[in-house]
Design a protein around this ligand. Structure first.
Ligand SMILES: CC(C)(COP(=O)(O)OP(=O)(O)OC[C@H]1O[C@@H](n2cnc3c(N)ncnc32)[C@H](O)[C@@H]1OP(=O)(O)O)[C@@H](O)C(=O)NCCC(=O)NCCS
Length: 234
């Protein structure tokens, strides 16, 4: 039973490496403009992955809203965040993809999600987008754990930025995440005007072997994370 006051955040993950037949079938869910965007990718595999990501987003939204996958109409926020047209939906949603993995989150409060394949520690990136406290914590981590620590910070910070919807107009340096409890990162400080750092809840998850994931929700209520896998079915 849900504890009183918990806020649900649903996160679905799925595989983007679908075959041609399935890509052709679910392309029918996309608008002409979305199909054009898919066609612009340079390889057939990247085209299919983008189709699978957008179709998955449509398929999940369809089941949440009780409509056909073709029905949702998206408008873009000022920094490109897709939202449902009309502006009166009780649901906030966000998509992320990395290699062949996608994650899609839905909640009743502003939500952002990020998944990333854990690769070697990228040179010089933390210095550009992490706060001083985060850089010090990363440097203090044992060398063989540093890449994992980097992606824990990265996904948590991206999830917050994606919930804000501000894209790169808000610097990653302007706020600090604490990942001392890896499953429940916390936003501990931010130099944003009119934003209450207490009003954010984060959760980390492992979407697949070799990937990091995090979701951020603008709420003071404790989060109840429902992580599940999605498939297009037969
Ligand atoms: C575009 C951005 C929102 C996410 O980029 P990303 O991590 O490369 O991509 P993800 O796969 O996680 O998310 C992409 C999806 O987010 C959604 N999205 C697009 N703009 C968005 C925005 N401003 N806010 C939230 N979501 C957005 C879209 O659904 C998009 O899917 P699409 O590309 O298939 O249309 C943005 O934050 C960015 O460019 N980040 C670059 C990395 C960086 O410097 N991060 C700093 C970390 S501290």
């Amino acid at each position: 039973m849900t504890a009183y006051g918990d806020l649900s955040v649903d996160v679905w993950t799925w595989n983007l490496d679908i075959d041609e037949a399935l890509a052709a079938r679910v392309s029918d869910w996309l608008t002409a403009e979305e199909r054009k965007r898919a066609a612009a990718f340079i390889t057939p595999q990247l085209q299919r992955r983008w189709i699978a990501a957008r179709a998955g987003m449509r398929g999940i939204l369809a089941s949440v809203l009780g409509v056909a996958p073709q029905a949702p109409v998206f408008v873009l926020g000022p920094h490109g965040r897709p939202e449902l047209a009309g502006g009166n939906s009780p649901h906030s949603f966000n998509l992320s993809h990395s290699d062949a993995l996608a994650a899609f989150s839905v909640s009743e409060a502003a939500v952002g999600v990020d998944v990333e394949r854990i690769k070697a520690l990228p040179e010089g990136v933390a210095g550009m987008v992490f706060s001083k406290t985060e850089i010090a914590a990363l440097e203090a981590a044992p060398e063989d754990a540093r890449a994992v620590v980097f992606y824990r910070y990265w996904t948590a910070k991206e999830a917050v930025l994606k919930a804000l919807g501000t894209g790169l107009s808000v610097s990653g340096r302007s706020f600090t995440i604490d990942i001392s409890r890896p499953e429940t990162p916390r936003l501990v400080s931010a130099d944003w005007k009119d934003e209450d750092t207490q009003a954010w809840q984060l959760a980390a998850f492992r979407p697949a072997e070799g990937f990091a994931g995090a979701v951020a929700v603008r709420t003071q209520r404790p989060l109840r994370l429902n992580l599940q896998s999605w498939s297009f079915g037969e």
